[in-house]
Ligand binder design. Structure first.
Ligand code: 23J
Ligand code: MN
Length: 257
Protein backbone atom coordinates (compact mmCIF):
# COMPACT_ATOMS: atom_id res chain seq x y z
CA UNK A 1 0.00 0.00 0.00
CA UNK A 2 2.25 2.76 -1.23
CA UNK A 3 0.98 6.29 -1.04
CA UNK A 4 -2.66 5.37 -0.33
CA UNK A 5 -3.44 8.98 0.56
CA UNK A 6 -2.30 10.16 -2.85
CA UNK A 7 -4.41 7.40 -4.41
CA UNK A 8 -7.50 8.53 -2.50
CA UNK A 9 -6.91 12.15 -3.49
CA UNK A 10 -6.46 11.06 -7.12
CA UNK A 11 -9.64 8.92 -7.01
CA UNK A 12 -11.64 11.91 -5.71
CA UNK A 13 -10.11 14.26 -8.28
CA UNK A 14 -10.76 11.98 -11.26
CA UNK A 15 -14.22 10.89 -10.02
CA UNK A 16 -13.66 7.19 -9.34
CA UNK A 17 -14.62 8.01 -5.74
CA UNK A 18 -17.02 10.69 -4.53
CA UNK A 19 -18.27 12.31 -1.32
CA UNK A 20 -21.90 11.86 -0.23
CA UNK A 21 -23.22 14.35 2.34
CA UNK A 22 -25.27 12.53 5.00
CA UNK A 23 -26.07 15.79 6.85
CA UNK A 24 -29.32 17.76 7.16
CA UNK A 25 -29.04 21.55 7.07
CA UNK A 26 -29.10 23.15 10.54
CA UNK A 27 -32.34 25.10 10.33
CA UNK A 28 -34.70 26.36 13.08
CA UNK A 29 -37.50 24.36 11.43
CA UNK A 30 -35.69 21.01 11.64
CA UNK A 31 -37.44 18.89 14.31
CA UNK A 32 -35.73 17.96 17.58
CA UNK A 33 -36.63 15.11 19.90
CA UNK A 34 -39.59 15.82 22.21
CA UNK A 35 -39.39 14.01 25.56
CA UNK A 36 -42.23 13.56 28.07
CA UNK A 37 -42.98 16.97 29.68
CA UNK A 38 -41.42 16.11 33.08
CA UNK A 39 -37.96 16.01 31.42
CA UNK A 40 -35.64 18.73 30.13
CA UNK A 41 -36.01 19.37 26.40
CA UNK A 42 -33.74 19.63 23.36
CA UNK A 43 -33.24 23.15 21.94
CA UNK A 44 -33.93 23.75 18.29
CA UNK A 45 -31.20 25.41 16.23
CA UNK A 46 -31.25 29.23 16.45
CA UNK A 47 -29.03 31.78 14.73
CA UNK A 48 -28.83 35.48 15.64
CA UNK A 49 -26.98 38.10 13.64
CA UNK A 50 -24.09 39.73 15.53
CA UNK A 51 -23.19 41.97 12.60
CA UNK A 52 -23.82 42.01 8.85
CA UNK A 53 -21.36 44.48 7.27
CA UNK A 54 -23.03 47.25 9.27
CA UNK A 55 -22.42 49.55 12.29
CA UNK A 56 -21.98 46.43 14.45
CA UNK A 57 -19.08 45.34 12.25
CA UNK A 58 -18.63 47.20 8.98
CA UNK A 59 -16.54 44.64 7.08
CA UNK A 60 -17.82 41.38 8.51
CA UNK A 61 -20.89 39.21 9.09
CA UNK A 62 -21.20 36.60 11.84
CA UNK A 63 -23.80 34.88 13.98
CA UNK A 64 -24.44 33.62 17.47
CA UNK A 65 -25.80 30.08 17.60
CA UNK A 66 -28.09 28.39 20.13
CA UNK A 67 -28.44 24.61 20.07
CA UNK A 68 -28.36 21.40 22.06
CA UNK A 69 -25.51 18.91 21.63
CA UNK A 70 -28.20 16.64 20.12
CA UNK A 71 -29.74 19.12 17.63
CA UNK A 72 -29.84 18.17 13.94
CA UNK A 73 -27.54 15.58 12.38
CA UNK A 74 -25.36 14.65 15.34
CA UNK A 75 -22.96 12.31 17.11
CA UNK A 76 -23.69 10.58 20.47
CA UNK A 77 -20.79 9.89 22.84
CA UNK A 78 -20.85 7.14 25.52
CA UNK A 79 -21.26 9.74 28.30
CA UNK A 80 -24.67 10.70 26.84
CA UNK A 81 -26.27 7.73 28.63
CA UNK A 82 -26.18 6.68 32.31
CA UNK A 83 -24.90 3.24 31.26
CA UNK A 84 -21.84 4.92 29.68
CA UNK A 85 -21.08 7.45 32.41
CA UNK A 86 -17.95 5.60 33.56
CA UNK A 87 -16.69 4.61 30.10
CA UNK A 88 -13.09 5.88 29.83
CA UNK A 89 -12.73 8.78 27.37
CA UNK A 90 -16.51 8.87 27.02
CA UNK A 91 -16.91 12.60 26.29
CA UNK A 92 -16.64 13.96 22.74
CA UNK A 93 -13.39 15.82 23.51
CA UNK A 94 -11.74 12.63 24.81
CA UNK A 95 -12.61 10.19 22.02
CA UNK A 96 -9.66 9.01 19.94
CA UNK A 97 -10.05 10.84 16.60
CA UNK A 98 -9.45 7.62 14.65
CA UNK A 99 -13.05 6.74 15.65
CA UNK A 100 -14.28 9.53 13.40
CA UNK A 101 -13.11 7.95 10.12
CA UNK A 102 -13.95 4.33 9.35
CA UNK A 103 -15.79 1.68 7.36
CA UNK A 104 -19.58 1.75 7.17
CA UNK A 105 -22.27 -0.77 6.24
CA UNK A 106 -25.91 0.05 5.49
CA UNK A 107 -28.85 -2.19 6.35
CA UNK A 108 -31.74 -1.26 4.08
CA UNK A 109 -34.99 -1.27 6.08
CA UNK A 110 -36.74 1.22 3.79
CA UNK A 111 -39.35 -1.22 2.48
CA UNK A 112 -40.32 -2.34 5.99
CA UNK A 113 -40.41 1.22 7.32
CA UNK A 114 -42.66 2.29 4.44
CA UNK A 115 -45.21 -0.31 5.56
CA UNK A 116 -44.86 0.03 9.32
CA UNK A 117 -43.87 3.25 11.12
CA UNK A 118 -42.84 1.10 14.10
CA UNK A 119 -40.68 -1.20 11.95
CA UNK A 120 -38.12 -3.04 14.09
CA UNK A 121 -34.56 -3.85 13.11
CA UNK A 122 -34.35 -7.39 14.56
CA UNK A 123 -31.56 -10.00 14.63
CA UNK A 124 -33.33 -11.73 11.69
CA UNK A 125 -33.03 -8.59 9.56
CA UNK A 126 -29.32 -8.38 10.39
CA UNK A 127 -28.76 -12.09 9.68
CA UNK A 128 -30.56 -11.76 6.33
CA UNK A 129 -28.22 -8.85 5.48
CA UNK A 130 -25.22 -11.00 6.46
CA UNK A 131 -26.45 -13.92 4.32
CA UNK A 132 -26.21 -11.57 1.34
CA UNK A 133 -23.15 -9.47 2.17
CA UNK A 134 -21.12 -11.49 4.67
CA UNK A 135 -20.67 -10.95 8.39
CA UNK A 136 -20.63 -7.32 9.53
CA UNK A 137 -16.92 -6.51 9.89
CA UNK A 138 -15.62 -5.62 13.34
CA UNK A 139 -15.18 -1.91 14.09
CA UNK A 140 -17.59 -0.79 11.35
CA UNK A 141 -20.30 1.84 11.60
CA UNK A 142 -23.72 0.26 10.99
CA UNK A 143 -26.40 2.53 9.55
CA UNK A 144 -30.11 1.68 9.49
CA UNK A 145 -31.63 3.00 6.26
CA UNK A 146 -35.35 3.77 6.54
CA UNK A 147 -35.76 6.72 4.11
CA UNK A 148 -37.20 8.51 7.18
CA UNK A 149 -35.00 11.50 6.22
CA UNK A 150 -37.36 12.17 3.30
CA UNK A 151 -40.11 13.07 5.77
CA UNK A 152 -40.54 16.67 6.93
CA UNK A 153 -42.54 18.67 9.45
CA UNK A 154 -44.80 16.72 11.81
CA UNK A 155 -44.30 13.53 9.78
CA UNK A 156 -40.68 13.36 10.97
CA UNK A 157 -41.34 12.91 14.71
CA UNK A 158 -44.71 11.31 13.86
CA UNK A 159 -46.20 12.08 17.29
CA UNK A 160 -49.38 10.31 18.37
CA UNK A 161 -51.22 10.43 21.69
CA UNK A 162 -49.00 7.65 23.00
CA UNK A 163 -45.78 9.33 21.86
CA UNK A 164 -43.62 9.25 18.73
CA UNK A 165 -43.75 6.41 16.19
CA UNK A 166 -40.64 5.78 14.10
CA UNK A 167 -38.55 2.70 13.25
CA UNK A 168 -35.60 1.47 15.29
CA UNK A 169 -33.65 -1.50 16.64
CA UNK A 170 -34.76 -4.09 19.20
CA UNK A 171 -32.58 -4.86 22.24
CA UNK A 172 -31.55 -8.21 20.70
CA UNK A 173 -30.56 -6.50 17.45
CA UNK A 174 -28.24 -4.18 19.39
CA UNK A 175 -26.85 -7.19 21.31
CA UNK A 176 -26.05 -8.90 18.00
CA UNK A 177 -24.33 -5.75 16.70
CA UNK A 178 -22.27 -5.68 19.92
CA UNK A 179 -21.30 -9.33 19.31
CA UNK A 180 -20.00 -8.12 15.94
CA UNK A 181 -18.06 -5.48 17.91
CA UNK A 182 -19.30 -2.61 15.75
CA UNK A 183 -17.95 0.92 16.19
CA UNK A 184 -21.32 2.59 16.30
CA UNK A 185 -24.89 2.68 15.02
CA UNK A 186 -26.64 5.40 13.06
CA UNK A 187 -30.18 6.19 11.93
CA UNK A 188 -32.20 8.59 9.80
CA UNK A 189 -34.61 9.23 12.67
CA UNK A 190 -34.33 11.74 15.52
CA UNK A 191 -32.73 9.12 17.81
CA UNK A 192 -30.81 5.87 17.50
CA UNK A 193 -33.82 4.28 19.21
CA UNK A 194 -37.32 3.70 17.87
CA UNK A 195 -39.98 6.30 18.62
CA UNK A 196 -41.54 3.79 21.01
CA UNK A 197 -38.09 2.75 22.30
CA UNK A 198 -38.95 3.64 25.91
CA UNK A 199 -41.13 0.48 26.08
CA UNK A 200 -38.32 -2.01 25.50
CA UNK A 201 -36.33 -3.71 28.26
CA UNK A 202 -33.99 -1.96 28.75
CA UNK A 203 -35.69 1.29 27.71
CA UNK A 204 -33.93 2.98 24.76
CA UNK A 205 -31.82 -0.15 24.07
CA UNK A 206 -29.59 1.47 21.43
CA UNK A 207 -28.60 4.26 23.80
CA UNK A 208 -28.39 2.01 26.85
CA UNK A 209 -26.51 -0.96 25.38
CA UNK A 210 -24.28 0.81 22.84
CA UNK A 211 -23.08 3.59 25.12
CA UNK A 212 -22.65 1.15 28.02
CA UNK A 213 -20.29 -0.79 25.73
CA UNK A 214 -18.36 2.37 24.77
CA UNK A 215 -19.89 2.56 21.29
CA UNK A 216 -21.12 5.64 19.44
CA UNK A 217 -24.31 6.88 17.81
CA UNK A 218 -25.32 9.02 14.82
CA UNK A 219 -28.82 10.40 14.26
CA UNK A 220 -30.79 12.49 11.78
CA UNK A 221 -28.71 11.18 8.87
CA UNK A 222 -29.86 11.55 5.24
CA UNK A 223 -28.91 10.30 1.76
CA UNK A 224 -28.34 6.74 2.98
CA UNK A 225 -30.01 5.64 -0.28
CA UNK A 226 -26.83 6.80 -2.04
CA UNK A 227 -24.57 4.42 -0.12
CA UNK A 228 -23.61 0.84 -0.96
CA UNK A 229 -24.48 -1.91 1.54
CA UNK A 230 -20.77 -2.30 2.21
CA UNK A 231 -17.58 -0.61 1.05
CA UNK A 232 -18.00 3.08 1.91
CA UNK A 233 -15.91 5.10 4.36
CA UNK A 234 -17.66 7.27 6.97
CA UNK A 235 -16.24 10.60 8.18
CA UNK A 236 -18.05 11.98 11.24
CA UNK A 237 -16.00 14.17 13.62
CA UNK A 238 -17.98 15.83 16.42
CA UNK A 239 -16.97 19.24 17.75
CA UNK A 240 -14.32 19.03 20.49
CA UNK A 241 -16.58 20.22 23.33
CA UNK A 242 -15.01 19.81 26.80
CA UNK A 243 -17.22 17.35 28.68
CA UNK A 244 -19.61 17.16 25.70
CA UNK A 245 -22.01 14.22 25.34
CA UNK A 246 -22.54 14.72 21.63
CA UNK A 247 -22.31 17.29 18.90
CA UNK A 248 -23.88 18.43 15.68
CA UNK A 249 -21.64 16.91 13.02
CA UNK A 250 -21.08 17.17 9.29
CA UNK A 251 -21.32 13.51 8.32
CA UNK A 252 -19.74 12.51 5.01
CA UNK A 253 -19.25 9.20 3.22
CA UNK A 254 -16.60 8.43 0.63
CA UNK A 255 -17.91 5.95 -1.95
CA UNK A 256 -16.60 4.25 -5.06
CA UNK A 257 -18.39 5.46 -8.19
C1 23J B 1 -32.22 12.34 25.46
C2 23J B 1 -33.14 11.46 25.98
C3 23J B 1 -33.66 10.44 25.21
C4 23J B 1 -33.22 10.31 23.91
C5 23J B 1 -32.27 11.20 23.34
C6 23J B 1 -31.80 12.20 24.13
C7 23J B 1 -31.80 11.05 21.94
O1 23J B 1 -32.36 10.36 21.15
C8 23J B 1 -30.52 11.65 21.49
O2 23J B 1 -30.50 12.63 20.74
O3 23J B 1 -29.49 11.10 21.83
S1 23J B 1 -33.88 9.00 22.94
MN1 MN C 1 -28.28 12.16 20.40
Amino acid sequence: MSDVIANVAEALAEGSARIVDLTHTLDPDFPVIILPPEFGQCARFRMEEVSAYDHRGPAWKWHKLTLNEHTGTHFDAPSHWVSGKDVPNGDVDEIDPSVFVGPVVVIDCSAGAAEDVDFELTPDVILAWEAEHGEIPADAWVLMRTDWSKRSGAQYLNMAEDGPHSPGPTPDAIRLLLERDIRGFGTETVGTDAGQGSHYVPPYPAHYLLHGAGKFGLQCLCNLDQLPAIGALLIAPPLKIKGGTGSPTRVLAMVNT
